[in-house]
Write a protein that binds this ligand. Sequence first.
Ligand code: OSB
Ligand code: MG
Length: 379
Amino acid sequence: MEIKEIKLHQLEMDLKNPFTTSFGTQTKRFITIVEAVNADGLSGFGECVAGEDPLYSEEFMDSALIAMKKYFAPIIIKNGISHPDDVWNLLVPFKKNNMAKAGLEGAVWDLYAKENGMTLAEAVGGKKTEVDVGVSLGLEDTDELLLERIKEKVEEGYKRIKVKIKPGRDIEMLRKIRDKFPDIPLMVDANSAYTLDDIELLKAMDEFNLMMIEQPLAAGDIVDHAKLQKEIRTPVCLDESIDSYQAAKASIELGSCKIINVKVGRVGGITESKRIHDLAAEHNIPLWCGGMLEAGVGRLHNVAITTLSNFTLPGDTASSSRYWEEDIITPEVVAENGVVKVSDQPGIGAEVDFDKMKQYLKQTDTITADNDIDMVFFD
Ligand code: OSB
Ligand code: MG
């Protein structure tokens, strides 16, 4: 592959509705769309999903942008690669900064698929032609508002409902949900809001027949989650704690979870996601694809990775219209009765619509072979 230039399109998008988790409320999304252009002028697209502030993980949009501009983009252009898997190997000496790496690698994957006339799903080795999806609902000011939201999403046909919880917004809220919706596939996500001191409360959640509890304890933790899983019936699903293949391996070996939420950005890209996928499959740990309130490009990458066989549980890849008045791709992602059809068009399977993207675009930085790799260390 010959990558001539990499463009970093920096967007500021308003969410249709504020999204509240145990770490705060957001009304906007700052997203970098990565465009990798080859010698023929063909473009591949990726999305950097880093948050606005380092609250979900240590990365944030400014740090990711610097990591991409200063190191990763010029290194990819100057070194050259023959397959998207080479991106991960090339960047291995650089620790973490996974969302920055994944944004770039994603653009290379899309370009690779397009150069070879394949869908991104085919390029990554996925076989499904449609994927099941659920929806992730943020905390609301009142339980009544949340019940309304749940009703709406159940009626739209989503395959499962995920609700955010935090101390003080858990048992009573879940009881009200179960009173009204005794049988819906329901799960909760704590975004690391609890500790082992809350074990009695976490045990009490067993009565709600939850599909799983996502990331109840600290973001990097693996040991305490293993202790917790032994004490509760509800399956533990890890999100924030699985930030690498090694973390997935440790969690599986220690019994820290029964399910893993894979986010391509969090683990550093598709190549690393596939390794985790295969490892989990070997150990009968089912997966689902998480979300980071992505715009259309990241959303389509999520659809593609979900076509791999061990993504057996519905993911968080809801319709574009759940998040945005207008997404940046044509056609948008649409979930019908909780199913998203995989496009048969090359690459991510939709056009990045620059006319639509213009309304959100703050700045584009372009990296070419002329950009120096500004490093103190060298070999
Ligand atoms: O913990 O899964 C999470 C959004 C931003 C950061 C972290 C998380 C989430 C979500 C929403 O739950 C997923 C989505 O709808 O994209
Ligand atoms: Mg989560």
